[in-house]
Design a protein around this ligand. Sequence first.
Ligand SMILES: [Zn+2]
Length: 406
Amino acid sequence: MTRSEHSSDPAPARSAEGENGATSPYAFYPDLDGLGRQIGVKDDGRPGPLVIITAGLHGNEPAGIRAVREILHSLKETPTGGRIVALAGNLSAIQKGVRHQGQDLNRLWTREHLQPLGGRSPEDDTSDERELRALHSTIEAERDSARAKAQRVVLIDLHTTSVDGGAFSVVPDSIPSRRLARDIGLPVILGLEERIAGPLLTWLVSQGDTATVIEGGQHDLPGTQDVLRDGLWVALHHVGVLPEHDERVERARVLMRAACDEVPSVLDLVYAHAIDSDSGFVMDPGWTNFMPVKLGQALALEKETVVPAPIAGYMLMPLYQGLGTEGFFLCRQVGGVWLFMSRLLRRSWVEHSLRLLPGVKALDGRAGRVIAKRGASRVTTSLLHLFGYRKHAPTGETTVWTRRPQ
Ligand SMILES: [Zn+2]
């Protein structure tokens, strides 16, 4: 399938009429015929964490579903620890081969979207809300039963992008999630929670779970499924559900290391270019993930005006498909010293001194919450980041910063 077939969402479902004239419900991806919410489960009754793997939260990203099927098939004869549950995301969008049908299922995991679902009839849901309701209740049932057994919960969320140019992992800035993503071996992107509201992984990490997104590469390239599969092998090994020595994991580790030469190993997402459907956003051709961007460089057209780069950095996820809520993201490299210091400081009493920073009005380290003046200075922002605090949208004169459980 070519990229252009994705460029005019909603894409028409291909005809898949069989000999008797019946149309398959998975007409767009015939190999996904019969797919249900649960892609598969592996539970040998041994101790270990609950690992939830989600794939296809975006309906035009089938590679994750195929990768997880490969893994579950390959694990059939392997004794595993904990419970591995693989779930499909936006089933009705997958049937049509479109990212979503009006609302992005990976932007709806907030209290303001989830709470109203409980108070109204499912018949009043939009198509994407029906998917949210079903996936949320499946995930919560799994988490409830894991909590009852004091099992740790890990989420691995598989995605692909509309552009090629390198796979990567995305994590909220919590130390266990960072560790998991660093072990996978792809470049790690921090800072998503300050730029995007409502991804599934932020919802779970804010409640103390460990989570990472793996972005495997361009939706339809053959190597993308391999990257997701190899990333999953390493992630499952990292969280302790696979045997200590397994040659499939060893092979995957080598391939993952080779996949990301010449790209910084950790980057901070510092800019997201939000768009809406009537802004006529068109990304300039030729951009791929991790291409260096100069300050002021022309990146796209919007309302027939050139969009210049507001900062220098690295390009991430330039939008080359019809549906999306961000046109592109920009990242900056994060140094090894920062990572080391942030690990060290988050365990120390020095945190109390944050209340002395200019602009900080109140600090509750136990609750992981800081109230600061809107538009805090660069020094204050940098130090709060170092201690793991990430800001929410400002309300009035103040901004609330929260820290994920570390
Ligand atoms: Zn996606």
